[in-house]
Design a protein around this ligand. Structure first.
Ligand code: MN
Ligand code: MN
Length: 454
């Protein structure tokens, strides 16, 4: 069971470091699910993938993609075998924990204009205070137009942020638990402090709204139908004196989304139709039209069956899914030497030991997990070993220490074989998460091997 450190495999590490540069660029731009879809489509089109909505038919070797509400993308390379024989599916999520502006967000208090938020996904609230934050998203107006918001990323942009109490007056706060010291209702962003002259009621708020009107031509009420996500500002960076790691926002799960997508882009001919699906809403339970529970994926396979002209499309889609193999590409908790007590050292993911397989996630007796079949796991082991991919096995933590979920069990409902396979992350769900560059590269190699395996 000894696992060699993957760095030792590489005499020349240039491939590993170059791959990480592409990834750093991707996550520095793709800070929301919409932006991740946009960047993915750029990469897909550059690699010759065509918008399936514009096609009448497809044949083996064709490369196509489908988009759902600008928040999911599903790309395929059509295989030589019929769809009904099953697909090779790589699935990852492109949403990440963050703060969202409320529908009625802007208010004034004590000479400040503030933006009221509601956090999205599981966050340790104290980690989101006193750091520079950026705003990304869309404002949809009644006239049918959409305005895109992007503030805080370029050098000369302002940033926003959430204040925290000075240590000098924190006697009460410091005696609270970490979960109580910062409340969700207090995660409000500072938007401004200049009053609009002549305005009697809430002059600072009025000034901020005037700025928004000037920049985006919107009224306050337009924010009701907006989707503004507040995320850490700035680019992903090299981490560690040896530059072996990447520090950035959204490794969960854009590290697996990017490597899955690149694996598909760098694959050519396939026996079984190869697929990469990127979904939204995983961090809040894979719900809604753009989450993994949505019928979008099943419907997309049916649409694909229409394009391949194969049998009854609904029947073909159902049976194709049943005969499919999937890697649920999602991150795993990396071993942290500072918090070693939460992990079982034999069943934890170590940085540098490659692609992580989780037979199950879940919590309290594997509850809520997709407990993968051992027959399938054996096939996975052979596939990885034949391709000389560095891989390891892990659970999220010690038994009854906590737990988590992925989209694996949702696709498992189609009666397909699914296993979680991803990248070890430190600081998971924090504004600055960490991954290893060699794990990123091994994940890419593992995903590629999976797509073409017999
Ligand atoms: Mn995840
Ligand atoms: Mn997560």
């Amino acid at each position: 069971m000894y696992r060699k450190n993957a760095w030792e495999k590489y005499v020349d590490t240039k491939l590993v470091f170059d791959f990480a540069e592409g990834y750093k660029n991707f996550i520095s731009v793709a800070k929301t699910e919409r932006l991740a879809v946009r960047e993915s489509i750029k990469l897909l089109e550059k690699a010759g993938f065509k918008d399936a909505g514009k096609l009448k038919s497809v044949k083996p070797g064709d490369k196509v993609y489908f988009i759902n509400k600008n928040k999911n993308v599903c790309a395929f390379i059509i295989g030589k075998k019929p769809l009904i024989d099953g697909l090779r599916i790589l699935g990852a999520h492109i949403d990440s924990p963050r703060l969202d502006l409320k529908e009625h967000p802007v208010y004034e208090n004590g000479g400040f204009a503030l933006g009221d938020t509601h956090y999205y996904g599981g966050v340790k609230k104290y980690q989101w205070t006193t750091i520079p934050l950026a705003l990304h998203g869309v404002i949809c107006k009644k006239d049918g137009t959409t305005v895109e918001v992007n503030i805080g990323e370029s050098e000369d942009d302002p940033v926003v942020g959430i204040t925290d109490l000075l240590i000098h007056l924190s006697a009460d706060q410091m005696s609270k638990t970490l979960s109580q010291a910062i409340t969700g209702e207090n995660l409000d962003i500072s938007l401004g402090s200049i009053p609009l002259a002549k305005e009697k009621k809430d002059p600072v708020k009025a000034n901020v709204l005037k700025i928004l009107k000037g920049k985006y031509n919107i009224e306050e009420e337009d924010l009701v139908s907006a989707e503004i996500e507040i995320v850490p500002a700035g680019k992903a960076r090299d981490y560690g004196l040896d530059r072996s790691m990447v520090a950035g926002y959204g490794h969960d799960d854009r590290s697996c989304a990017y490597t899955s997508l690149l694996a598909l882009l760098d694959t050519d001919e396939v026996e079984y139709t190869a697929c990469c699906i990127l979904v939204d809403k995983e961090e809040i339970g894979s719900v809604g039209a753009t989450g993994a529970h949505s019928l979008f994926f099943e419907n997309t396979i049916a649409r694909l069956a229409v394009l391949t002209g194969e049998g009854h499309p609904i029947y073909t889609a159902r049976i194709a899914l049943e005969n499919s193999k999937m890697l649920s590409s999602d991150v795993s908790a990396g071993y942290d030497p500072l918090y070693a007590s939460v992990s079982d050292p034999k069943n934890v993911a170590y940085f540098g030991e490659g692609l992580v397989f989780n037979k199950y996630t879940g919590s309290r007796g594997k509850s809520g997990s997709n407990d993968s079949n051992p027959e399938y796991y054996a096939w996975i082991r052979k596939t990885m070993d034949d391709a000389k991919v560095s891989w390891q096995n892990a659970e999220l933590g010690k038994v009854d220490q906590g737990g988590g979920g992925t989209i694996a069990y949702i696709l498992g409902n189609y009666n397909m074989n699914v296993i979680d396979a991803g990248i070890a992350v430190l600081n998971m769900h924090a504004p600055m998460e960490i991954v290893s560059k060699v794990d990123l590269y091994e994940a890419y190699l593992g995903y590629r091997a999976f797509l073409t395996a017999k």
